[in-house]
Design a protein around this ligand. Structure first.
Ligand SMILES: Cc1cc2nc3c(=O)[nH]c(=O)nc-3n(C[C@H](O)[C@H](O)[C@H](O)COP(=O)(O)OP(=O)(O)OC[C@H]3O[C@@H](n4cnc5c(N)ncnc54)[C@H](O)[C@@H]3O)c2cc1C
Length: 392
């Protein structure tokens, strides 16, 4: 089976989009990603090419200058990027973070920002939610924004704020009312659209974190940063709900990326198992080598079905919380299983930089932890779908 046949096994009518993503990615081969990985550098040229082609504006409605595509089409774009061996993590947030602004922003905010985001002149790629002390328990976050006339004064710290150095705007979640003063446990958090260009050096400091893969992630410090009151998205104190409402899109798109990764690993392993001759025959003739590849393929195809169901529910405007979580879980497990299989199939060469496998292996490892970790998906399904008692 060729790499293209593995990629296209589940038919859809998105062949033209898939073809154009593949054509673009062909200009960014393994050597490009290896060099960036070594230098921990940002893929400026790749992101610029995706932006110019309009792919990152897929979900922005046409009235704001985007292409107004469906979630299924957006997922196909992200999947193809990964299936070509590229890394969409450098810019995937540009595609979905604007959803909070689109759904909850005022008419003025949308007119002011969305067309620029669609054109790629404004990068909205930074998402400041996670903090060092609160971790997954978002309601415990400590960054505060205190009203002072026409501004808010922000103090606190975020961690794992990816792409902050390559973003003009940040979606920031901060506490505007002390936890004990709120009627409900989820109230009191507010979303701000922070203009980082103005904020840097005036109360906003960014420090890169070096990680096991090239991910451009950072920690961000706020020290008496003044943010105009007009930067508030939606109602003050309602921010937790807005952030949650954006998470389904994020999960579906990242699940699609995992499907793309799994396809890349499976294609790579299949090709190698057919070529590599040991003991006088291709290693792929041995069932001990075939079966793990077949198992990875089955896992990927099953996860792909759930990603497609979640995307279809999302674009029909129906509740897809369970499906988006299950899609993310199954796809992240499938890509990680395929990565492990691919290393094993290649033996020693799986560890050699020039095969790209060890790089993709490191990159795909992230997705059972972020943007949401496996245990938290399992507890969502246990409590919200199966009705089991809350554990936290
Ligand atoms: C490379 C990278 C990029 C990221 N980018 C961003 C970003 O752009 N913006 C952003 O806001 N965040 C980002 N994150 C943060 C990411 O969403 C979190 O790391 C992730 O949600 C897990 O949270 P944590 O690291 O705080 O783990 P913790 O909450 O400290 O949890 C640690 C472990 O304990 C488990 N655990 C915790 N509580 C429970 C429980 N009650 N029951 C069972 N298990 C539990 C978790 O599943 C996890 O395995 C990024 C993280 C990484 C590593």
């Amino acid at each position: 089976m060729t790499a293209n046949a593995i990629r296209d096994a589940a038919h859809d009518d998105l062949a033209p989009i898939r073809e154009s993503v593949r054509a673009l990615c062909a200009d960014f081969p393994g050597e490009y990603w290896r060099r960036l990985d070594r230098e921990r550098a940002y893929p400026e040229e790749f992101v610029a090419a995706l932006t110019k082609a309009g792919f990152l504006a897929a979900l922005i409605p046409e009235e704001f200058g985007g292409s107004g595509l469906t979630m299924t089409a957006a997922a196909a774009i992200m999947e193809e990027i990964q299936a070509c061996g590229c890394n969409g993590a450098a810019c995937h947030a540009q595609m979905y973070t604007m959803g909070t602004l689109l759904r909850h922003g005022s008419v003025e905010q949308k007119k002011r920002y969305l067309p620029g985001i669609a054109r790629g002149e404004l990068r909205l790629q930074a998402f400041g939610v996670t903090e060092p002390t609160s971790g997954t328990d978002t309601l415990s976050l400590r960054t505060t924004a205190v009203r002072d006339g026409d501004t808010y004064i922000v103090n606190g710290q975020k961690i794992w704020t990816s792409r902050a150095e390559h973003s003009d705007l940040m979606l920031l979640l901060a506490r505007t009312a002390p936890r004990e003063q709120n009627a409900s446990r989820t109230a009191g958090l507010t979303v701000f659209l922070v203009d980082m260009r103005k904020a840097k050096g005036h109360g906003l400091t960014i420090r890169p974190i070096r990680t096991m893969m090239n991910h451009a992630t950072t920690e961000v410090f706020f020290e008496n940063l003044r943010v105009p009151a007009e930067a508030v998205i939606g109602g003050e104190g309602e921010g937790f709900r807005y952030i949650l409402s954006g998470m389904n899109a994020e999960r579906i798109l990242i699940a699609a990326e995992c499907i793309g990764d799994a396809k890349w690993f499976i294609a790579k392993a299949t090709a190698y198992a057919g070529e590599r001759v040991v003991f006088g025959r291709p290693i792929g003739q041995n069932q001990g080598v075939q079966f793990p590849i077949a198992r990875a393929y089955i896992g990927m195809r099953a996860a792909e079905l759930m990603v497609r169901e979640a995307a279809a529910l999302y674009e029909a405007g129906r509740d897809c919380g369970a499906e988006a979580n299950m899609a993310k879980h199954l796809a992240a497990e499938a890509s990680w299983a395929a990565a492990d299989m691919c290393v094993q199939t290649h033996g020693g060469f799986g560890f050699a930089e020039e095969f790209d496998i060890e790089r993709k292996f490191r990159e795909t490892r992230l997705y059972t932890v972020a943007p949401i970790s496996t245990n938290l998906v399992l507890s969502y399904i246990a409590e919200h779908v199966l009705g089991l008692p809350r554990s936290y």
